[in-house]
Design a binder for this molecule. Sequence first.
Ligand code: NAD
Length: 371
Amino acid sequence: MTTEVLTVNQLKKEAPVFGQLSFNDHEQIVFCQDKDTGLKAIIGVHNTILGPALGGTRMYDYKTEFDALNDVLRLSRGMTYKAAITGLNLGGGKAVIIGDPKKIKTPELMKRFGKFVHTLGGKYYTAEDVGMETSDMDTVREVTPYVTGISESKGGAGNPSPVTAYGVYMGMKAATKFAYGNDDLNGKKVLVQGIGHVGEELVRLTSKEGAKIVISDINQERLAEVSKKYGVDIYRGDNLYDETADIYAPCALGATVNDETINRLKVKVIAGAANNQLADEAMHGTLLQKKGIVYAPDFLINAGGIINVYAEIEGYGRDQINAKTENIYNTTLDILHKAKATNMTTNAAALSIAEDRIAAKKICSNFNIKK
Ligand code: NAD
């Protein structure tokens, strides 16, 4: 038998769906269209072995449909591992709606999207992500029960961002302990890139502990507001990646650790909220390891939000949410030690633990054993 290796361009042409690199063992992909409302959405269900797939809906003005497909597939895969490593009985899924939320988002479009979610019969639960508000989830709730992150006044868990920030803070402290021998952030210089819902709360938590915070964002008004509110410095240089600091906290976009930035970074720890921070998990994970930069895997430390919405399904209270989120500290520390002991990258070490949990559940299901 000959094994033919196809180039990416050949894959796009000859195997445009199952051959995509990001179509990594996905169970199901649903393409949704409604011309009346202008809805074009893709729901990616990566894995449901541990439970129903849960993941937010991102609305974004993607340059191409391929970019949207690639994004939803990368994100839904990440959700599988996030839930698995956090010990939640959830699978991984995600949805994207193509278009500028400021221009085309309407209650009708959101309801139509909700009806598509409903057709999956609970295999996929949606939630809030970039371009979505809690009120949009309330609208989706009008047509399907398979939605989380609805308003607290409507019985939901509300905005997940403060819980996400708390988890990132826990992961950051654990990585600091691993790198410096203690987890005190007092006096540590932290670069927070992106001071939106999560970034601002992270600034609040870390500045309260005495960290020297430097913030950066493309939104100048936010920079001025957050700088004044917490008394933190605004980054004034040309390239944030050239700044010497203790910790870099990416809280804006994914893939900021890439070929261009990796040799510039002058930090000891990377710990932030953004999903998919490593442009190429294997290559950039290894390069960080070689440079001696401690990377707290994103899908592990930004799991506070999913813990918060999971609470809605399980009926957890605030105490249980906080305890589970605080446990991110212990899990992060365990994984950093495991990675060191086994000479793996921290990302690979975290993935292997998540994969083991999924594999164990699969074996139990095959033999009908309850776990
Ligand atoms: P947000 O949209 O509220 O904030 C993002 C901020 O980043 C904005 O202030 C924006 O102006 C800024 N930004 C955009 N591009 C930038 C750039 N090139 N340089 C600097 N700043 C830039 O988003 P959020 O809810 O705070 O989430 C932040 C990140 O964390 C996202 O990647 C999101 O996917 C991830 N995340 C969020 C949650 C959550 O609970 N909100 C959970 C898990 C992961």
